[in-house]
Design a protein around this ligand. Structure first.
Ligand SMILES: Cc1cc2nc3c(=O)[nH]c(=O)nc-3n(C[C@H](O)[C@H](O)[C@H](O)COP(=O)(O)OP(=O)(O)OC[C@H]3O[C@@H](n4cnc5c(N)ncnc54)[C@H](O)[C@@H]3O)c2cc1C
Length: 696
């Protein structure tokens, strides 16, 4: 093509595409317009949401520090192989540990950096379970022996409980620790195939030690699962010790930087003081000393702690997905071109999109507040425990179980819903959404499968209700007198949820009583209601529903409390307060919507009242649509954390997508791996056929 031709062709194309170029929207302008129409300052609300503006500034400083380190570079994260992810996880954890030491940062700062890096690896269980277990169940001497090594990363631990044969049913564990008074050692052994430990994070290739849950047998008596600190690998060679068989269980749906492992023992001796003995003990002669009666459930404290942290983190994960999806859908335009500008509609303006996303933004707020509230409850328990008072533990155990289930269910369903609102881009790892989902969704399973968690809470609720005395006929609590406008009031929401809970509880109790074959004359006798066994197992759906309803109420109450705190805080501007109040109102309406069938079935609301709830919900979603971007900005997530081409704060999504795609190792050569390996080349030009011409 000569230069005259080239000029003519360019001009031809320019005139043919001028309308397309004019209508093509710059996503940066769209996101700017979203921000300018919000009714409050997202920075002001972000300070409240993140514990003050100094905390936000600190986070930015931590990010800057991380970005200066090779392990802090996230640009290739989406393209890593499993081995690369694993190594990156280890390097990141070690890098953060060194930064903490060299820059005199706190453990809290290190935890924050781990969150920001978002590259799980072999140290997760060391930090999340191994150290906390020693802290809560080890004696002072045991803590003094192990903790300094743990904190210095000279010993890396995991938590090995689940076996091939048993996850949920702990009393079914088959690994044994048999005490031998002659050598004053335990002999750890896996007597069956199903006794093989399966799943522990970091066990595969990283850990040197494990907290092993094994049945304690001494003087011929089996005392059930107890915790032991067991060395697995040689500290100098990293090879398994004699009698220990250990390895990685293979790739998973996500979370693949973590080497979840298997573990078997063949008559491995471990010293007597390997048993964590803060509460129960084995004396040198093999006498078992049970925990004092008042804290016989003390080992539950670690479980409660871990579940509390899961509750704490649920809102964070959901909030990240909500931020990405809200920003993307507010700059993504599709269909329905405007008659004047020719620009298509922002997808967030379609009712189906904003009625999906705005409630998820609202749920992220609710879960974040619940997480804060849960940790405050746990801290309160720890203070009491340190005074020897364990009385709050049973209730906290039930509550943390139920909340673990409800918060992780809400978060995982919500993350996937966010992904769907982003169409094809939501399926691309470059969006960040698949990684959030696949490295989050296991939360519904680990630390107690959610169904089992709901059932633990339901058991406590049933017992509580029986203790209070209950109507046996499963009737509701009477019809609400609320008028249309009342459904926006927290009191009306709480009353309705309480009524539904009562209805579900009475229904479940009546069913349990009927299934157990109790005579109608049993009346309100609590002993006629089984909380395990056949009748219980045939009622688990009803019981899960009951626990879900109670948890919804607890989460709603936590939200209302947090709004009250914002109202009392001089730092929170009136406009931020008003926005937060509307978010809380929508959450209340959402709770009512999600309890709709039970509200109607229990006749607490009439069909007309339910229609009022639905209308109020729709109006509130629409109202909050215009603040959607500001509301997610107020979560305060930096681009570094989100690492999403489509969730960028500046809205420059298309340029970033193309830039990231070009940096893929697949694009390292123009020809690509298929050609470079010879497979494509053989097909297209090989096989003895004369070399093809460059063009057909
Ligand atoms: C990514 C990941 C990491 C993990 N990390 C660790 C770790 O570090 N250490 C460790 O020890 N374990 C770990 N686990 C294991 C995890 O704790 C178990 O998977 C979990 O406790 C569930 O046990 P299970 O897999 O045996 O499921 P099962 O107990 O077989 O449950 C399967 C299904 O049956 C249902 N069910 C079971 N019992 C009941 C019941 N009584 N009532 C009603 N329904 C029931 C459950 O709801 C579930 O839907 C990890 C798991 C995953 C996925």
């Amino acid at each position: 093509m000569d230069s005259g031709d080239s000029g003519r062709i360019r001009s031809l194309v320019r005139s043919a595409t001028s309308d397309i170029v004019a209508a093509s929207a710059d996503p940066r302008r769209d996101i700017g317009a979203e921000r300018s129409k919000s009714t409050f300052s997202s920075e002001n609300l972000a300070a409240f949401m993140n514990g003050g503006s100094e905390a936000l500034a600190k986070r930015r400083r931590l990010i800057a520090m991380m970005q200066r380190r090779p392990w802090g570079d996230k640009s290739q994260m989406a393209f890593r192989s499993r081995e690369e992810e694993h190594i990156a996880g280890l390097e990141g954890a070690i890098g953060i540990f060194e930064l903490m030491k060299n820059e005199s940062l706190s453990i809290k700062d290190a935890a924050e950096m781990r969150t920001l890096l978002f590259q799980p690896g072999g140290f997760e269980l060391h930090i999340g379970m191994f150290i906390p277990s020693i802290l809560s169940q080890g004696t002072e001497e045991q803590q003094a022996a192990w903790l300094p090594l743990c904190m210095d990363l000279k010993l890396i631990g995991t938590y090995a409980q689940t076996e091939l044969g048993h996850g949920t049913f702990l009393r079914g564990l088959e690994t044994v620790a048999v005490y031998d008074p002659v050598t004053e050692q335990f002999v750890v052994h896996s007597p069956t195939l199903t006794a093989t430990k399966w799943w522990p994070g970091g066990l595969g290739k990283t850990c040197t030690h494990a907290i092993l849950m094994a049945r304690l047998v001494t003087k011929g008596k089996d005392y059930g699962p107890h915790a032991f600190v067991v060395q697995l690998r040689d500290m100098a060679t990293h090879l398994p010790l004699d009698g220990v068989e250990v390895g990685d269980i293979g790739p998973k749906m996500g979370y693949n930087g973590v080497d979840n492992g298997f573990l078997r023992f063949d008559h491995v001796p471990v010293p007597r003081d390997a048993m964590l003995m803060r509460y129960s003990r084995v004396l040198p002669d093999g006498t078992y000393v049970p925990p004092p009666r008042e804290n016989s459930k003390a080992s539950y404290a670690t479980m409660v702690y871990v579940r509390a942290t899961i509750v704490r983190d649920a809102g964070d994960f959901l909030g990240r997905a909500a931020t990405i999806a809200t920003r993307y859908t507010s700059v993504r335009r599709q269909s329905s071109p405007d008659a004047v500008t020719g620009r298509e509609l922002q997808i967030l303006d379609y009712e189906n999109v904003y009625e999906t996303l705005v409630p998820i933004v609202v749920k992220s707020y609710a879960l974040k507040f619940m997480g804060k509230n849960m940790m405050a409850m746990y801290d309160g328990f720890v203070k009491a425990r340190d005074r020897g008072d364990f009385s709050a533990l049973p209730e906290l155990h039930a509550l943390s179980s139920g909340l673990k289930a409800v918060c992780t269910d809400v978060a995982s369903v919500g993350i996937e819903a966010c992904r769907r609102t982003c169409g094809g881009q939501g399926y691309s790892v470059l969006s960040g959404l698949p990684t959030i989902y696949t490295s989050y969704v296991q939360n519904v399973t680990w630390e107690g499968d959610n169904n089992v968690m709901y059932l633990q809470m339901a058991r406590a609720l049933v017992k509580q209700r029986l203790a209070q005395g209950t109507k046996a006929n499963g009737s509701g609590n009477g019809i609400s007198s609320a008028a249309a406008a009342d459904w926006r009031r927290p009191e009306a929401v709480d009353e309705a949820l309480e009524a539904v809970e009562g209805y579900l509880a009475e229904g479940a109790i009546a069913k349990l009583r009927a299934l157990s074959g109790a005579s109608p004359g049993a009346g309100s006798d609590p002993s006629s209601v089984p909380v395990e066994g056949d009748a219980w197992n045939q009622s688990t759906m009803d019981l899960v529903q009951l626990a879900t309803c109670r948890c919804r109420r607890v989460v709603f109450d936590a939200f209302v409390q947090e709004v009250a705190k914002a109202a009392a805080s001089p730092e929170v501007e009136a406009a931020s307060r008003a926005a937060l109040e509307e978010v809380c109102t929508l959450f209340g309406l959402l709770c009512l919507r999600e309890s709709g069938a039970d509200l109607l079935e229990s006749r607490h609301v009439s069909p007309d009242q339910y229609r009022d709830i639905k209308m109020a919900f729709k109006q509130s979603c629409k109202q909050l649509r215009s603040n959607a971007v500001a509301l997610v900005d107020a979560f305060g997530y930096e681009d570094y954390l989100l690492n999403s081409a489509i969730g960028r704060a500046d809205g420059n999504i298309y340029e970033d997508l193309l830039r990231r795609a070009k940096s893929s190792p697949f694009n390292r050569t123009e020809t690509g791996p298929g050609w470079d390996s010879g497979v494509l080349k053989d097909l297209l030009v090989g096989g003895g056929v004369a070399r093809q011409a460059s063009k057909l």
